[in-house]
Ligand binder design. Sequence first.
Ligand code: ZN
Length: 503
Amino acid sequence: MAENETLNRLRQRLGEVHQLHMASALLDWDQQTYMPPESVQARSEQKAALTRISHNLFTAPETGDLIAAAEQQAAGGDADDPVVDALVRVSRRDYDRATRIPVDLMSERVRVTALAQEEWAAARAADDYPRFAPWLRRVIDLERQVADALGWTGRRYDALLDQYEPGMTSARVDELFTELKEGLSLLVREIGEKASGVSDAVLHREFPVDLQAEAGLEILAECGFDLRRGRLDSAVHPFCTHFSQSDVRLTTRYDAGFFSAAFFGTMHEMGHGLYEQNIDPRYEGTAVSSGCSLGLHESQSRLWENLVGRSRDFWIWYFPRLKQRFDCLADVDVEQWYRAINRVAPSLIRVEADEVTYNLHIILRYEMENELLDGRLSVEDAPQEWDERIHALLGIRPLTDREGILQDVHWSIGILGYFPTYTLGNVLSVQIFNRAVSQAPGIPAGIEKGRFAPLLGWLRENVLTHGRALLPDELVRQATGQPVTAQPYLTYLRRKYGEIYGL
Ligand code: ZN
């Protein structure tokens, strides 16, 4: 086959697969935002139909033949197009992954996790772990089979982790997490001794929802999120999704009696959205046009939420505007506000945790899912083990399993190996931000004046533009000059919270 014809046919086929994925994402966005509840059954059939068509098209032997032919041509070395190279590399990875898991195992996994999620929701509502336990056992067993089908050399866990963070291994996560656990535990203890010093009462006043929505849209526009190529809506469980580089959807959740939920939630999802809007347009319409990994995606959401949104520089600029919008802040000054939004307090629920304690929640889940997967921990003993460990880490104990092992949806839907990406994202957010500031020293002064273009420009050029063209480790080394490392993150937390708490 002629070189051009091979590539054209490959691109056309992969393009169709990609557009089917995007259409499916739109159905999903609609389900989580505006769809009437009675439509659940019809919607799940619509999504299943699209998934079946795109999966069959992508895993067909012809796709494999076209990828192999394109690889041969690339090895021949005459056509040196980096966009084609990236497309072929990414497609090879996706194709191998998609074809390694037998169809029967895949559909069994879809079936069991759909039921397990329902049982989890019911068990959580009733605080009834024994109801969920047999389902968790089945999910873990299926994930073992998935890991074996994908293949692994070091630990079985690595095969699962690799789905979300390509190239990452549990050995490296162990190393990072050991260092983090030690540093964070010490910091939490020291802050605990001074805990009375900071109050967040001002965040729990009356913030009318329509004004919160206006503030959210204002921040999106000021930070450089293009609202002609995106939207902000509300959803019970906030998320970000996209259907093209020109259609990126953010969601947030409003609480009239608590400021932080919607505002920092919006900044978080905006970080994900800025990623999707700023990938090299040459990758548009292909599987390369997406974030490099979950950890890198989360590094961007955390960077905007925490390094920007919870910084003093940001509020020096934005607090006067916020006071104009919300009457309830008339008696609050920026220093009091800065301390309130950065209050640290051990809590039981991961998604409500502050910057300092958050990663300890993740480390607990990482350790437990490793042990559950290789059988060192039984499903039966897991709730007690959870409670003991959270007590050892944070000094507090759940009264119910709802506040403990039943709080997260992840295990019920079969995503083991996903949790570490949250902490990798936090660690990377600081590593990337530090590098940006060292190469473009005007960034902090810009933030203090509400000018975000220098920061977004640096991120676009060094991180976002590449999409999935590089592997996470390559991208991190190229953008920051070193592999992912815990120390900058610990230094950042100690400096920031040392000042707030007078350590
Ligand atoms: Zn996120």
